[in-house]
Design a binder for this molecule. Structure first.
Ligand SMILES: [Zn+2]
Length: 341
């Protein structure tokens, strides 16, 4: 927690103002009785300010965020940091080691186990320890994800925009797309927001990869958030050029109505018009083709990467854009968008 004297304290010690500490925090035990240790970097700035957590790989195969959190923790200059950064590059250590989404123990989703419990399942016990030590003491939080294996996302933020403190954080990150909604029950974001730590999820790219373009844009987003809260008072808050806040009824998953092999005709982040063919599904002989069309004008936030589907499998995640936003999107692509609306 942030102490009155500016130190960050946790069960095993304290980090003084102006100090950065890398630690391995014992959060569980393996079948062999060895500690499962969470890598944590605490960067306590010389000047007072808010405490912000940055976390990644709560789904163990979602790697892009690890590089974002690690870069902030290790490579950013210390000078002029007001407040404390709690950097958690790999939350789901057993899943990360196995390179899979869920905890290997009974395939539990660590991101449905918060705020956790001292007497619950192994997932609950890990969740409560990391929640109480490193999430609850924070004033704000950013949790980094990628798409589920086999799909890919454009960079976007998910946030409960009904809460003004969370909305401020979401806007400060400076993404084009914010998908509005509370975090699911048991998620880190949901529990943190319920517990008084406004938190957003950042989604970008695919599992099992470092994607440099996304990582750099996310680092710009972190810098912008830190500027918003005067952790880096000299830095500017980022304006993404255009922005849309997507409500529950402005988005849909297009799902396959036939099993088969998919040819995706558009990339993540592309605009499609109502009636455009988004992808085709064919049988092995190419004798039957199903054309999947866009039901409205919108942006492809997420698309399939692995080109095989059963009926009912998701093909792409489409969000509705209104005409002014479409015009701004097109002008941004042409490079003719003014600096600020
Ligand atoms: Zn995830």
């Amino acid at each position: 927690m942030a102490d009155g004297d500016g130190a960050f304290t946790y069960a095993e010690g304290r980090v003084e103002p102006g100090e950065t500490r890398n630690l391995r925090y014992a959060i569980s035990e393996t079948y062999l009785g060895d500690p499962v240790r969470l890598p944590v970097t605490i960067r306590n700035g010389a000047e007072p300010g808010p405490t912000v957590f940055l976390s990644a790989a709560i789904h163990g195969d979602e790697l892009n965020g690890i590089e974002v959190v690690r870069t902030v923790a290790q490579d950013w200059p210390d000078a002029n940091l007001h407040g404390t950064l709690v950097c958690l590059p790999v939350l789901n250590v057993p899943g990360f080691i196995a390179q899979q989404r869920y905890l290997p123990v009974y395939d539990r989703d660590l991101n449905r186990s918060f705020p956790g419990s001292e007497t619950g399942t192994s997932a609950d016990r890990m969740a409560v320890r990391l929640y109480e030590e490193f999430i609850e003491p924070c004033d704000y939080g950013l949790d980094f994800h990628t798409s589920t294996r086999g799909r890919t996302n454009m960079l976007h933020v998910r946030a409960d925009m009904d809460d003004p403190d969370i909305a401020r954080l979401a806007r400060a990150f400076g993404s084009n797309v914010i998908i509005d909604g509370a975090g699911p029950t048991g998620s880190l974001r949901g529990a943190a927001c319920d517990g008084g730590t406004p938190t957003i999820t950042v989604e970008m790219g695919q599992a099992h990869r470092f994607e440099r373009g996304f990582i750099d844009r996310a680092l710009d987003g972190v810098a912008s958030v830190l500027a918003e809260y005067d952790c880096h008072p000299a830095e500017p808050v980022r304006w993404p050029g255009w922005r849309t806040v997507v409500s529950r009824d402005q988005k849909t998953w297009l799902r396959a109505d036939a099993g088969g092999l998919v040819e995706m005709l558009h990339d993540r982040g592309e605009l499609v018009r109502e009636g455009d063919v988004v992808c085709t599904i064919t049988n092995p002989f190419k004798t039957e083709t199903v054309r999947v069309t866009a039901p409205f004008d919108g942006l492809l936030v997420g698309v399939l990467e692995n080109p095989v589907v059963y009926p009912g499998n998701p093909l792409c995640h489409l969000v509705e854009l209104d005409e002014p936003t479409i015009r701004a999107y097109e002008r941004a692509r042409e490079g003719t968008l003014p600096e600020r609306p």
